[in-house]
Design a protein around this ligand. Structure first.
Ligand code: SF4
Ligand code: SF4
Length: 423
């Protein structure tokens, strides 16, 4: 562990703190929007208390969703989330983070980028790939396949990449790990003459946009508008809904317009929320806050529920759809486009863990079988952050964990079976 008391503060954190100290007028518009700031005070209060050798001060940043709503209302154009992200990076550098609570999300990410789950399928002449991310293929494998097939009708050389963009690590402040993982993937794609990424996940979009240059990135909903939509076997019918814009895309005006055009094309009438577009709220998943402070994470969904007053929500992030669905019935745009009849009768089934992992493996098998490609790869690159002592302990525990997981899976299966049997 680094000697954190004597470690100098990183320049990036010092700059962010100085910005807030200099400009924040404690108005406090951001506090009115955010439960985290309501509890701990204005961003200036954080900056005033700056003490990077104080673990408790740094770890407070893990209670901020990094959603950026504060920036969208700030009269002096501050972005407090940038300071909180730097606090997270500082905490990682000093060995204070990530916390044991974050292991679940890091394991999820590690699986996504592993040899078993990853798959690159690049046909001859391929310059564009669909990048569906982790959550969409797990929860909605049929919509993912339909999207790929549909986009392929316009570009027969379209490839697909099943991999994790490592945004969870980015947001946890594990910057060195994130950059090593992401840059390896990026270099591979550039070396294989890929120019454009079609992202189906807003977080992947954001990562490619910020770190992926010279690769171009567009959202799948924008691509869909460039060709005819699949015919709906059964129209959804006029329905008034609200749109939840994922907070990572709050400044992407063209994507906001695209999603609204798609919704209208399927017959929806849109009643806009106050918190939409650049003022959209976090769904509760942002910044992995739920792993450390459930209340703040839940509060976002609660705010959403109160604002939509009984209407259904439509979104274009599989993570947001899962999270919000616990508070407000929420559809994903790809289900609306490719499975309108199931959406209209509310019979569309979204998979949950552990089935999500099985779905991803099945999708990979489907792609291998049905979409032969000139270049294929399963990713074997991984940056290990564990010591050799820890690795041997993990190897020792692996069979015990495996048996325990198997037991949990059987128990879950048994429960589902019994529930189905009940009249
Ligand atoms: S980024 Fe979101 S959660 Fe963090 S302080 Fe701003 S509004 Fe609050
Ligand atoms: S909205 Fe901007 S100026 Fe007002 S308290 Fe928040 S950060 Fe400071």
């Amino acid at each position: 562990m680094p000697d954190s008391a004597n470690q100098p503060i990183r320049l990036a954190l010092r700059e962010q703190v100085a910005l807030v100290l200099d400009a924040c007028v404690k108005c406090p518009k951001c506090m009115a929007e955010c439960a985290f700031l309501k509890k701990y005070g204005t961003p200036k209060a954080f900056a005033d208390a700056c003490n990077p050798s104080d673990k408790n001060w740094l770890l407070l940043a893990y209670e901020c969703s990094l959603c950026g709503l504060c920036a969208s209302v700030c009269p002096v154009d501050l972005n407090p989330a940038a300071m909180f992200l730097e606090m997270r990076r500082e905490a990682v550098d000093r060995g204070f983070a990530p916390s044991p609570e974050h292991k679940i999300i890091m394991d999820y990410e590690q699986r996504g980028a592993s040899k078993r789950y990853s798959y690159y399928s690049l046909p001859r002449g391929c310059h564009t790939v669909l990048f569906p991310g982790c959550t969409l293929p797990g929860t909605r494998p049929d919509s993912t396949i339909s999207l790929y097939r549909h986009l392929k009708t316009a570009d027969p050389n379209l490839g697909i990449v099943l991999d994790c963009c490592c945004k969870p690590s980015h947001d946890l402040g594990r910057q060195a790990f994130f950059e090593a993982m992401f840059n390896e993937m990026k270099s591979y794609l550039i070396d294989h003459d890929i120019k454009t990424i079609i992202a189906a996940c807003p977080n992947c979009f954001q990562v490619f946009k910020e770190y992926g240059k010279p690769l171009e990135v567009i959202m799948a909903c924008e691509s869909l508008l460039k060709q005819d939509l699949p015919k709906a076997s059964q129209p959804i019918g006029t329905r008034v809904i609200s749109i939840h814009d994922p907070c990572v895309l709050r400044n992407e005006t063209s994507i906001h317009q695209a999603i609204r055009k798609l919704a209208k094309a399927r017959g929806f009438v849109i009643s806009e929320m106050i918190h939409s577009r650049e003022h959209s709220m976090c769904c509760g998943e942002g910044g992995s806050v739920g792993f450390v402070t459930k209340n703040f994470s839940e509060q976002w969904g609660e705010n959403c529920r109160q604002e939509v007053t009984g209407r259904r929500l439509l979104t274009y992030c599989a993570g947001c759809a899962n999270k919000l669905n616990k508070k407000v019935p929420t559809d994903h745009i790809l289900d609306v486009i490719f499975n309108p009849s199931a959406v209209s009768t509310a019979t569309y089934r979204v998979s949950k863990a552990p089935w999500t992992y099985l779905n991803r493996l099945k999708l990979k098998r489907y792609l291998k079988k049905n979409h032969p490609a000139a270049v294929k790869r399963e990713r074997e690159f991984f940056v290990s952050t564990t010591s050799s002592k820890k690795r041997s302990r993990q190897a020792f525990l692996f069979p015990i964990r495996f048996l325990f997981n198997l037991y949990c899976l059987c128990r879950q299966l048994f429960k589902t079976f019994m529930q189905k049997k009940k009249p």
